[in-house]
Ligand binder design. Structure first.
Ligand code: ATP
Ligand code: MG
Length: 565
């Protein structure tokens, strides 16, 4: 897929909503919802769903609910609820007063279950999980009716009420829908509606000891909230007949379920269970580790909400599962950061430069452009003095052919400064270059030689005595394989973790204008990439995350593709 084309196309879901609006199918209403289960932090896949649901609501003058699908008390926590709300807001979406919790509907759900029992469409089943599996059959073999299937309505009502009262042990009984044990669709083989769990719920406390399953709860939540288009991912396509069956049997308001392909990204995992493992096993520093595909991880890394929204727009929405190249996400990020990030100079691996013919005590304030993409960003002053730092990798004592940067006897430009020529190299006992001596040409102030002579490269630098100490954290993909789940049989995805995904440089130097930089502020370090101030930053030590390097691999891929076309 060429992601660039999809921006102009209307996707199939928007086409359905547009048609429904035209035919007045839902009395002109458009109501969608984003329904996370609060059992983990949101990731970039959720962002796709958030952009889709909130986006459609906004475009069609509709509403979008934030609904916590909090029907499983065992894995859910308030911490996740808070983080999800923070992340949705940060992405730029607003549910106003439409914040809902599936658990608020437990009483209504119970009553609906009683209605199905009375209609002979649900029954209490005493099979254990093991036997239940046996009776269920397989994809190729039909299931068998269980011995409890023909209990009388009275007996079912009595047992179900006693399940609610807490009379039975966890796992000893379930309530099942009475549909068809021979159905080709396994979801229709008398699916479980309620199970017994003697567990404390974060909102309802110990009021309930029976909890609804996803399939039973989800359609009811949609129905109660008068959702029009219930958008979910493809793996629920096989659940749609059940979604429809429940609502039809109950004879209540019936939204339309529509499935789309979930987002997969290479070099990362997107399952909450796996992300949780990385956190629990201490393989990352937390849910917001800047290498994580979580929204809070991306935020800490320095992603902007605009870049994520734009990425979601570019990938579009369709019905086929595929994997998106993470380079496209980074491309969208660079596109945004290039427009908005102030430029600054910082040196990751400093090499001292002494300009021998520059006056000892002199300091000049050189004018530097804040953002060449945005004239309104103005300029700032950068101090220049006799002792500077440049990047170690910008010097080579014996330069190979295509190395145009500094070398003995060679002249280069210092950004916003002067031409300098390397005259001497100082080494330590081990032969390591530790200092360079140079001369500068005072006539080249501002970066051009009056005699028109050219230099082949321009280096970034900081003034040694003015620069601030900083730590830089450089990141690479979290996994070494494009598909982290591609593993030998006795291993799991964690064996594909990239051992070099984090590199910490603790003696960087940055220009003094960054002294006031606040956590979350984003900059382009000239020639090095985009960086963002980490919350670990303090007055004593600035800490930066490299958000992304400057090299745009996606743009390169696109260019190569266009050339072969
Ligand atoms: P996981 O499989 O990681 O646990 P989930 O689907 O169970 O994710 P939910 O909290 O139920 O997580 O998801 C909330 C919503 O986000 C659902 O509507 C789901 O379809 C959608 N969603 C989850 N993952 C993705 C994804 N990778 N791409 C698009 N939408 C997603
Ligand atoms: Mg789910």
């Amino acid at each position: 897929m060429n992601a660039d084309d999809s921006t102009t196309r209307v996707d199939f879901i928007r086409a359905i909503v547009a048609e429904d609006t035209k035919t007045n199918k839902w009395d002109g209403r458009v109501v969608t919802r984003f329904p996370p289960e609060p059992n983990g932090y949101l990731h970039i896949g959720h962002a796709k769903s958030i952009c889709l649901n909130f986006g459609i609501a906004a475009e069609f003058n509709g509403l979008c609910n934030l609904r916590f699908d909090d029907t499983n008390p065992i894995k859910e926590e308030q911490e996740y609820i808070n983080s999800i709300m923070e992340d949705v807001r940060w992405l730029g979406f607003d549910w106003a007063e439409r914040l809902y919790f599936g658990s608020d509907y437990f009483e209504q759900m119970y009553e609906c279950a009683v209605q199905l029992i009375k209609a002979g469409k649900a029954y209490v089943c005493d099979l254990g999980p093991e036997q239940m599996r046996e009776y269920r059959g397989t994809l190729t073999e039909p299931g068998k009716n269980c011995p409890y299937r023909d209990r009388s309505v009275e007996e079912n009502l009595d047992l179900f009420e006693r399940m609610r009262e807490g009379e039975f042990e966890a796992g000893s009984r379930v309530l099942r829908a009475k549909i068809d044990m021979a159905s080709a669709n396994l979801n229709m083989r008398d699916p479980v509606m309620y199970r017994i769990l003697h567990a404390e719920h974060h909102r309802t406390g110990d009021k309930w000891c029976i909890y609804p399953t996803y399939d039973w709860a989800h359609g009811l939540e949609d129905s109660i909230e008068k959702i029009t288009h219930s958008i979910c991912t493809l793996e629920f396509e096989n659940h749609r007949p059940l979604y429809d069956w429940f609502l039809d049997e109950l004879g209540i308001y019936h939204p339309q379920q529509i499935e789309f392909a979930r987002l997969n990204l290479n070099y990362t995992v997107m399952s909450k269970r796996k992300l949780q493992q990385l956190v629990q096993d201490g393989l990352v520093s937390g849910w917001d580790d800047p290498r994580m595909p979580t929204i809070c991880g991306l935020r800490r890394r320095g992603y902007t909400p605009e870049s994520i929204r734009n990425f979601c727009k570019r990938i579009g929405v369709n019905k086929f599962n595929s994997t998106v190249d993470i380079a496209l996400l980074e491309h969208c990020l660079r596109e945004d950061l290039n427009k908005t990030s102030p430029r600054v100079m910082g040196v990751l691996r400093p090499l001292k430069v002494v300009i021998d013919n520059y006056p000892q005590e002199q300091v000049e304030e050189l004018e530097a452009v804040n953002n060449p993409e945005d004239a309104s960003a103005g300029t700032r002053k950068v101090p220049f003095s006799r002792e500077l730092y440049i990047e170690q990798e910008d010097f080579m004592e014996e330069p190979p052919k295509k190395f145009y940067r500094l070398a003995p006897g060679r002249e280069v430009r210092l950004r916003y400064g002067y031409f300098i020529t390397c005259t001497d190299v100082v080494k330590d006992a081990g032969g390591e270059v530790i200092e360079l001596h140079c001369t500068y040409d005072p006539a080249t102030r501002g970066g051009d030689a009056p005699d028109g002579r050219k230099v082949k490269s321009t280096l970034h630098w900081v003034s040694a005595s003015h620069a601030l100490e900083a730590e830089a954290r450089l990141y690479d993909h979290l996994f070494i394989k494009e598909d982290p789940d591609d593993v030998a049989e006795d291993e799991d995805f964690k064996s594909n973790l990239n051992p070099n995904s984090l590199e910490i440089l603790s003696s960087c130097r940055v220009e003094p204008s960054l002294g006031q930089a606040k956590a979350g502020s984003r900059y382009q370090f000239e020639r090095l990439g985009y960086f963002c101030v980490d919350p670990d930053s303090s007055e004593d030590k600035l800490v930066f995350n490299r958000t992304v390097s400057l090299r745009d691999t996606w743009a390169k891929i696109q260019k190569a593709q266009n050339q072969t076309r």
